[in-house]
Design a protein around this ligand. Structure first.
Ligand SMILES: [Zn+2]
Ligand SMILES: [Zn+2]
Length: 262
């Protein structure tokens, strides 16, 4: 209850910031979020620099080490630690321009930021088409759901935007009906502790529309500890799903790299 109130307060503050931002935007021109040049929120030069090398990070979702197609490695600790079968991200978390674009889109609703992120994610899809087609073979893309109340308040779900961009680029169906959030919980961003994040999402996702035997590719903006994506994968697998992969724009898994024993 207390965390719900805190959440609501945070959303209201963001809304006010957004409104003020829109008013300011009407009076003042935009500046590139990377180099500061006047014009748009990201100039052509910086967009080229930021998006051209979306290298694709294919890592085990358990330990964060590189693996073919990002499949979970053979370590027991990794297989016990997450129901995900693999993880791929377009770029590492330490990319300031992508992070700033994500912030501008999520918390300030900046339309140009959405378009830039869509283009970046589609470009990542094009560049890694071969690997992604193997991961997406026979699968349905599912964006990580937000609680309906939060989504209604924000006006969009950034995971759904990215899922649509990838689905369009690679001709893969996208389903928003497979998963639903069960109840409100604190935003993962405000919980710094890994255990707190895991406890926060456990049992919070319902696989209401999952089809037994079907493969799924979960899409989200960021994977950090993998707690949210693991909760989604656990729900899908409990409903009989086959393979479940995570594909995100940014990954912090390599930062969290543990060194489990074999
Ligand atoms: Zn620039
Ligand atoms: Zn591993």
């Amino acid at each position: 209850m207390e965390s719900e109130r805190r959440d609501l307060a945070a959303e209201v503050i963001e809304r006010c910031r957004k409104t003020l931002g829109l008013l300011a935007g009407a009076a003042f021109p935009h500046f590139c979020c990377s180099c500061g040049a006047e014009g748009t929120i990201i100039c052509d030069t910086c967009a080229t620099d930021a998006f051209a090398p979306l290298e694709g990070i294919f890592v085990c979702p358990g330990c964060g080490e590189r693996s073919p197609l990002g499949a979970i490695c053979g370590r027991k600790a990794c297989r016990k630690g997450t129901p995900l079968d693999g993880s791929v991200a377009a770029a590492p978390y330490g990319r300031p321009v992508l992070r700033e674009l994500l912030r501008l889109y999520k918390y300030e609703g900046v339309e140009e930021a959405r378009m830039a992120l869509e283009a970046a994610f589609a470009g990542f899809g094009r560049r890694h088409r071969g690997a992604l087609e193997q991961i997406l073979s026979g699968a349905v893309i599912v964006p990580v759901p937000m609680h309906p109340f939060r989504e209604a308040y924000r006006g969009f779900n950034q995971a759904a935007m990215l899922a649509d961009a990838l689905g369009r680029e690679l001709g893969t169906p996208v389903s928003r009906a497979a998963l639903r959030r069960r109840f409100r919980f604190s935003s993962q961003a405000v919980l710094k502790d890994d255990d707190a994040r895991r406890a926060n999402v456990r049992g919070s996702v319902l696989a209401v529309g999952a089809v037994p035997g079907r493969h799924y590719v979960l899409v989200d903006d960021v994977i950090t500890t993998g707690a949210t994506l693991s909760a989604c994968a656990a729900a899908l697998k409990a409903a009989g799903a086959g393979r479940v992969w995570a594909v995100t724009l940014l990954t912090g898994l390599t930062l969290h790299k543990k060194t489990p024993k074999r």
